[in-house]
Design a protein around this ligand. Sequence first.
Ligand SMILES: NC(=O)c1ccc[n+]([C@@H]2O[C@H](COP(=O)([O-])OP(=O)(O)OC[C@H]3O[C@@H](n4cnc5c(N)ncnc54)[C@H](O)[C@@H]3O)[C@@H](O)[C@H]2O)c1
Length: 350
Amino acid sequence: VRVGSGARARLIEELLAEPPGARLFLIADDNVARLHGRSLAAELRDRGLDAELLEFPAGEASKTRATKQVLEDRLFELGAGRDCAIVAVGGGVTCDLAGFVAATWHRGVPLVHVPTSLLAMVDAAIGGKTAVDLPGGKNLVGAFHQPEAVYADVDLLSTLPDAYFVEGLAEVVKSAVIGDASLFREMESSAERLLARDEEWLERVVLACATLKGRIVRRDERETGRRAVLNFGHTVAHAVETVSNYTVRHGHAVAYGMCVESRLAVDATGFPERHRGRLERLLESLGLPTGRDSQFSVEAIVAATHRDKKVRRDRVRYALPRRIGRMLPGGQAAIVVDDADLEAALRATG
Ligand SMILES: NC(=O)c1ccc[n+]([C@@H]2O[C@H](COP(=O)([O-])OP(=O)(O)OC[C@H]3O[C@@H](n4cnc5c(N)ncnc54)[C@H](O)[C@@H]3O)[C@@H](O)[C@H]2O)c1
């Protein structure tokens, strides 16, 4: 994983030195294609590589079997064989969709990630999970397919709209809570620098999150245990997203989810009340929501948690911190919380 300003140049040099495939197929959504994908493909061609760009319409609505099929038909028309490689250039949607294409094209071809959103740099491009959504739920069809390499160039974030940038920050806060107390402290004292997209700060943040996620995934690639700590805030977040019919943005749902789940943690793990307050204040200072949108009822959110992927025998499990920077140890990655406790935490949060 290469992080930092200059990673794009490094990508080109390393693709030239050691191409992962005889032909390279770049996949990008139409926004990113216009801003970064077409110029990258042209530069690779100018340097003598066989590189073709495939585009699809931007947005979560494209993360489907139908778009995957369109891309695969296009690969077939272009004569892509087993010796090709896929280069995913974009946000989390592109990571997941292009990654899944790479996982199944001729039973799997090499994949290189060039994440262009903050969320993709700190989360989606790392760890090898690829998927598409079904009408009934997110990420229900997919595969584990690790990238050969990831090039996270923070310069590419300069064109990312503010709303998406702030959403990515929710995942950065999550990373800090689950495993990096010093990152959390630095964010508390430098929220403004981060919001101003200070380059040095962005590199620090992306490197810290990518390293942390890499470390967790290396120990538990297929989420049989410890990888579940990455789900802090996400059980409630997914429930809110479902109840809102995906109108609430993921990053906002994660911020609120962390507020609720940190309340659960105060009773369940002894998470200090003052850490809960610090978490709420940090999220607020980054412009992230810490309260519930009143149009979504507590009862509906509680019911929706039972449809979570982590539910076992109808008991809902939560990945909870013990303090900022530390989750429950070892096999206790996720613990069962009763609906009554969840309901109380939801009512108490905002
Ligand atoms: N595989 C994983 O481990 C994992 C982890 C977290 C999230 N995800 C997935 O990630 C997706 C969300 O990711 P996202 O928020 O990046 O969504 P996204 O890919 O849709 O990107 C958000 C928007 O930003 C635009 N964009 C991206 N980079 C840009 C840039 N540099 N300049 C201008 N515009 C740019 C995109 O065109 C899009 O409109 C969800 O589908 C989620 O399930 C996957």
